[in-house]
Unconditional design. Structure first.
Length: 64
């Protein structure tokens, strides 16, 4: 769950910075929020799955 939440927070920070730059007049193309939201959600889900898959082998390797 923490990986999922941290990926969402990272994506939200990225979108926020992009829109701040766009509205401040920088030469940045505004992309619809829905496009980034889908990419961020898919990435968050994939990251959460990868962390869960790697947790057990890492636990055994570190013998904890």
């Amino acid at each position: 769950i923490c990986t999922f939440i941290s990926t969402l927070a990272s994506g939200a920070a990225f979108i926020s910075i992009m829109y701040i730059l766009y509205y401040s007049g920088a030469n940045v193309k505004a992309t619809p929020l829905a496009v980034f939201a889908v990419i961020i959600l898919i990435t968050a889900i994939v990251n959460a799955v990868i962390v869960q898959v790697l947790y057990v082998p890492l636990k055994h390797a570190l013998k904890r």
